[in-house]
Design a protein around this ligand. Sequence first.
Ligand SMILES: *Cc1c(COP(=O)(O)O)cnc(C)c1O
Length: 367
Amino acid sequence: MIKIAQPQIGQEEINAVSAVLKSGQLASGENVLQFQRAFSEYLRHGFCIAVSSGTTALEIALRALGIKEGDKIITTAYSFIATANVIVHVGGIPLFADIDETTLNISADSIEQILQEHVGVKAIVIVHLFGQSCDMDKITEIANRHRLLLIEDCAQAHGAEWKGRKLGTFGDAGAFSFYPTKNMTTAEGGMVVMKDEKAAGFARQLIQHGIKGRNQFEFIGYNYRLSEIAAAIGLCQLKKLDHFNSVRRKNATYYDENIAHCNIIKPQEVRGVRHVYNQYALRILNGKRDSFIAYMEKEGIGTSIYYPYSIPEQACYRSTDFLEKEYDKRLEVTNRMKHEVVSIPVHPGVIQDEIERIVTAINHFEV
Ligand SMILES: *Cc1c(COP(=O)(O)O)cnc(C)c1O
């Protein structure tokens, strides 16, 4: 079976972990500090804080920016559920926007529509889905015009760019995940990048129980720290990230050039974007997705649906009292795409021979 995802762990990571274990310093040491510094240098931007997951990275980003009880936050209806959950965790009210049909990213028009319907919106949480940038010209313009905080969920977009600038550097904050299926991993882990140094200091306190100096706690915070073991893996992975991404892009280019099927739509890299293909998501038309998945399985090729449901239609959101009554009316594109998309293996672990097998299988899919 060709797997849909596969972390790329080499001898470097094994040696680095081993060195940490032997050192006796398993938490709050030099590896975490170095990883934070290296990530800021990689982005050439801001102040990085290493945390326990992508989810806690997002939550800390929101809290450090002062988002609180009752704040209305616009976000995409089409993402991993964590994107919306953190808004609820900080007491915010998520307002779900529709997506763009080409990129599956949050639609600027849908954001504008929500801003016409709601007063007092505080922030936008965008997601660079599958490794492709949102339209940052339009979104930063909207955020500036309405004085909204902007938070980028970069959990699938490490190293991706919009017009030559890395994602995570446009917003007031960015959040990365290092879960094993992402473009780089630390097993579990995440990184917050803050534009403002003071907000970064606040975030640093938040992840350590609100600590201020030895035995002094200024406010009630959390323990969301990343371990030294994870940071040591992260330092190795960060060095390999550009290579991983270029292999993902090479695999995607091969698919772009060789998949040819009248009932399958391939993803499109938008002009000005450096897509990093956390996912290569096809769209299977005419209601044939289920049979496509069964066919691929028989061919020994792993697939996965990101995502079969919109976030607001999940039971946990439908049962809330803040979900807008007619939320679904706004989600016309989301509600079509969720029936069509399916991801095929594009990670750096697939070899050329497998890529060619995948293409041949897809081109022979009979509908
Ligand atoms: C993976 C992911 C997250 C959550 O990251 P974890 O490290 O699993 O907590 C958040 N948002 C998106 C878009 C993701 O893909």
